[in-house]
Design a protein around this ligand. Structure first.
Ligand SMILES: *Cc1c(COP(=O)(O)O)cnc(C)c1O
Length: 393
């Protein structure tokens, strides 16, 4: 029995690591600033080895500054942050939540946690994020069947900002609040304004693969004091301030731990530098490969300033995508195909969706290339050399 369990455990671990030990160059491994030990030691010395605590408060305060948000609650994952964002906006059993289909599954899962229905919306081709025209169409169409969605949950995929002006306009006109999934996009900007402030509620992730990590963590951002207060309470088992063990609502154990926050604080000291590095990595792939094997990418201009969390490109065909990932893999270099559109996952089969085919096309032709902050010049040169000498047709 135990032997069998150990086997399952090992297999899951190996899958999740994508045979990690096999690679010489990873897709987006964690990078360290050099300040981590110092911050961790402060946390250890304070003996605050529990959820909440002084480093969590400090972490939240830095995040508020970095994103121009009034309030911030540190949580133990980005997924938990989405869950509480939807919960505090009143999403419950049987409700509908509009969601971007071209995203990671963590975006939509909290909709299911709440017993609500996702309505998936396809992407536009400039930023690969929620298509405002389709969103409008969906809302109008849903209204005809007396469905009034409780929230619009959009993503800045791979760090490229979505068309927020259009999304905000639709959100205002139809009175449906926006939830901004900025999990991949910390440090990205729209008209010089950092993402994380473009939702009634916004969320960040500090998972190990993100631009800044706390070895697992997340945050909820908002300018609404009542949402922030409710989030804080819900994340700590709905403890009441006046009487700690009087729980008036079913809560969660979602608060960020002080140790994770100290790690996150150390990492945040390098945020700008690391975003610049990621943008540089993207530009190098782009400049040396454009119009050859790498033929498509998301917009980047003064309006849409991507953090280029992952260097994401389109290639000519599905076969080409498969080939490039295979050839790089043979050289122990990790490249990865795009997220599978959520409406195509079996777990979401039969849910309402408004599909133009863009996300599916991205899924067929998209690849993410190694984008770690620690990627060396010669490593990237090797990757570019491999891709650019492959048969183009
Ligand atoms: C990583 C990610 C999340 C979830 O964050 P976790 O901290 O891993 O729970 C949510 N949405 C998107 C788009 C992500 O990439």
């Amino acid at each position: 029995m135990e032997q069998k369990w150990l086997g399952i455990q090992q297999k899951l671990f190996q899958n999740s690591m994508q045979k990690k030990n096999d690679y010489r160059i990873y897709l987006s491994p964690p990078h360290q600033s050099g300040e981590e030990l110092k911050y961790l030691k402060m946390a250890l010395d304070s003996n605050w080895l529990a959820p909440g605590g002084p480093h969590v408060q400090q972490f939240e305060s830095v995040l508020r500054k970095v994103t121009n948000s009034k309030y911030c609650v540190g949580l133990n994952s980005g997924t938990a942050a989405i869950h509480l964002a939807l919960k505090t906006l009143g999403v419950g059993v049987g409700d509908y939540v509009i969601c971007q289909t071209f995203s990671f599954v963590a975006t939509s899962n909290p909709i299911a946690y709440l017993g609500a229905h996702p309505v998936f919306i396809d992407s536009e081709t400039d930023t690969w994020n929620m298509d405002p025209a389709l969103l409008e169409e969906a809302i109008v169409d849903l209204k005809k069947s007396n469905i009034f969605p409780k929230a619009i949950l959009y993503t800045h995929i791979y760090g490229c900002p979505a068309k927020v002006n259009e999304l905000m306009d639709i959100s205002n006109r139809h009175q449906i609040p926006l939830v901004e999934d900025a999990a991949e996009a910390l440090g990205a900007k729209i008209n010089s304004k950092p993402v994380g402030q473009f939702g009634k509620v916004s969320i960040l992730s500090f998972n190990g693969n993100k631009v800044v990590t706390s070895a697992g963590g997340g945050a909820l951002l908002t300018n609404d004091l009542s949402i922030c207060t409710r989030t804080l309470r819900l994340s700590s088992q709905s403890r009441s301030e006046s009487e700690p063990f009087l729980h008036t609502e079913v809560g969660y154990n979602y608060r960020m731990s002080n140790l994770n926050a100290s790690l996150g604080l150390a990492q945040l000291t390098c945020l700008n530098k690391w975003v610049e590095k990621k943008r540089e990595i993207f530009k190098t792939y782009h400049d040396l490969n454009s119009k050859e094997n790498l033929i498509g990418w998301t917009q980047d201009n003064s309006e849409m300033h991507s953090n280029r969390w992952l260097s994401a490109f389109l290639v000519k065909s599905e076969i080409k995508r498969h080939e490039i990932i295979k050839v790089l893999g043979d050289r122990k270099i990790e490249a990865r195909r795009f997220w599978k559109p959520l409406h195509l996952l079996k777990i979401y089969k039969g849910q309402k969706s408004y599909i133009s085919g863009v996300a599916n096309d991205l899924f067929k032709k998209g690849i993410c290339l190694p984008s770690g902050v620690g990627l060396k010049k010669e490593e990237q040169a090797e990757i570019i050399q491999i891709i650019s000498t492959m048969d183009i047709n």
